[in-house]
Design a protein around this ligand. Structure first.
Ligand SMILES: *Cc1c(COP(=O)(O)O)cnc(C)c1O
Length: 400
């Protein structure tokens, strides 16, 4: 098995051929700005199609998921300095969006299963919390029923950071459509790849109306959106224009990929579950179970190292890398953007969060893009299981 070629887990899938004609047309006409055409610009069509796909009333395409999170916070009208509850296991862009919106991130503990610790969430959801921003990190879905019930009881709006969760279901409902607003990324490592880009979905006309204007629909460009005039007119000239628009070329790259989403989700789930079953046989590796209502759409796998010292964790990662599979242990790699203690830009510093820290020191991340074959997956599993066996067998031989 180790004779098989090392699978490349980094390359993206080709962009569907159907994008080519539309990109050529845009190159010929030079019509790259979303508001030049009188109607039906590629960005507008993307918004219409994405909203329909998600079953949401409105969608607004923007320059990144970070921009969508920023605009969501701004459109909630939170006062300067408002506290926003976020999971302590997320990408640095998330607390950054909170800071960008002049708000203050409050970190919540995340357990060894990569999900929000609900006791800590409840304890930190105090009267001074202005909004909750839930990152479904790597698609792992926290208990959204409990989160929504607690937030709604206090009248606190919930933003979903579904950047990396397109296609995930919770009780049959699409992730990103449970909270007041859901934000997705089209950055290259996500399920739909435009290099960069983001989109937000909501049923709240007033929220989307404000986000449309702030995204840069200056003068009367908001009339080119699928939204009722009366929802937007009251915000005319009343909000800053942050200019976070998407351009037509990005939409042309994204639109034909929407049809690929069901296949990528099905293949990603097959790949994940196939590798998870093999890793879980090892006494040193554990892939946490999802919560019962979650149906995953993974394009990577996370697992915890069991019973290993820091040195053994390092030896495991080195052995796997020598075998051709790069493992990122979130908390053990220098300057990792997903380790909360590295978010030194947060004013007042970050609290100590022992549960999240313990998880990050043992949680491994391996990419498993949908296009991998079963023999690629066997290769990945055998390198990981073999590396753990080797490291732990050496330890036993030396009797530490
Ligand atoms: C990628 C990612 C982001 C940021 O998305 P951008 O489009 O690059 O701004 C935010 N949150 C999570 C969970 C992500 O995976």
């Amino acid at each position: 098995m180790s004779q098989a070629p090392v699978p490349n887990v980094y390359d993206a899938e080709p962009i569907p051929e159907a994008a080519r004609a539309e990109i050529d047309r845009l190159m010929q006409s030079g019509d790259l700005f979303r508001y030049t055409a009188p109607e039906d610009a590629p960005v507008t069509l993307l918004e219409r199609e994405f909203a329909a796909m998600m079953g949401s009333r409105y969608a607004l395409a923007v320059s990144s998921c970070s921009a969508a999170l920023f605009l969501s916070l701004k459109a909630l009208g939170l006062p300067r300095g408002a506290k926003v509850l976020i999971p302590a296991f997320t990408f640095a862009a998330v607390p950054s969006a909170v800071v960008h919106a002049d708000c203050q991130p409050v970190l919540v503990e995340v357990g060894s299963n990569y999900r929000v610790d609900m006791a800590d969430f409840e304890a930190r959801l105090t009267d001074d919390i202005g909004a909750v921003l839930i990152s479904h990190m790597r698609g792992h879905t926290s208990d959204m029923d409990a989160i929504m019930a607690l937030a709604e009881a206090r009248g606190v709006p919930v933003i979903e950071d579904a950047a990396h969760s397109l296609g995930t279901l919770w009780n049959g409902k699409k992730i990103g459509t449970i909270g007041r607003v859901g934000c997705f990324s089209f950055q290259s490592y996500k399920l739909v790849n435009a290099g960069e880009g983001g989109i937000m979905v909501s049923d709240d006309a007033d929220l989307i109306a404000q986000a449309i204007i702030m995204s840069g629909a200056y003068e009367h460009n908001w009339k080119k959106h699928d939204i009722l005039a009366k929802a937007v007119e009251r915000w005319q000239n009343a909000l800053p224009l942050y200019n976070l628009r998407m351009q037509n070329l990005s939409a042309a790259v994204i639109r034909p990929q929407l049809a690929e989403v069901p296949r990528r989700v099905a293949d990603g789930r097959r790949n994940h579950d196939y590798v998870a079953a093999q890793l879980n046989v090892s006494p040193w590796l554990d892939v946490p179970q999802p919560l019962a209502p979650e149906l995953r759409a993974p394009d990577s796998i996370q697992f915890n190292l069991i019973g290993m010292s820091d040195d053994q964790v390092t030896a495991f990662a080195e052995t796997a890398q020598a075998g051709g599979i790069k493992v990122q242990v979130f908390g053990m790699s220098t300057d990792n953007a997903r380790a909360f203690w590295n978010w030194r830009f947060i004013e007042g510093g970050v609290p100590e969060l022992p549960k999240t820290r313990d998880m990050l020191m043992r949680a491994c991340d391996v990419r498993l893009p949908a296009r991998l074959t079963l023999s690629d997956l066997d290769f990945v599993s055998s390198v990981l299981v073999g590396a753990a066996d080797q490291v732990m067998a050496e330890t036993r031989a030396y009797g530490t």
